[in-house]
Ligand binder design. Sequence first.
Ligand code: HEC
Length: 151
Amino acid sequence: MLHVMVAAVVSGMLAVMGTVSLGLIGGDDEEVELAPYMSRAQGFSQKLGFAIEARNQPLANFYLHEIEETFEEVAHEVPEHNGVPIAQYISELITPVFEPFEKALEAKDWGAVRENYVALINRCNSCHTKSEYEFIEILPASGKPPYNQKF
Ligand code: HEC
């Protein structure tokens, strides 16, 4: 009888602890979501690819800056996500990409621009792998643009 009561009390306590920690995790996630930022970065990175394919320098420049701003915002708003140091990975993987990319675009060196574009997409995937989201694999834009927009 005593054993049963102790077991019931212990399992009750565990249930409460479980609820509390789940509640905290849920609370963190609800504060700032990472996925909508990623979705935005994905859209910009695809449009960037089509703008490069069309050799549209001002448009490519615009989307490159939008990507840069998006990741600056992510680093500020979601510095950590489920124990993954997002801000640190951004500064290691993504931030160094922009300067050579911008220079190549400015010079309209389209070969170098294309290389920088592929490098950027690779960095997206490197971070997904480091964050254990390797199943989210981004590809360079290809095929016909799916947007109702001129590139
Ligand atoms: C600092 C690390 C990091 C970088 C850099 C990064 N991602 Fe992510 N990405 C993540 C994490 C972590 C998730 C999972 C988010 C979640 O659990 O809500 C994710 C999720 C996603 C998703 C799934 C959400 C959706 O809307 O389908 C897409 C798409 C995505 N990233 C695209 C990109 C693209 C494109 C880039 C590069 C331009 C990029 N990511 C760069 C860490 C990163």
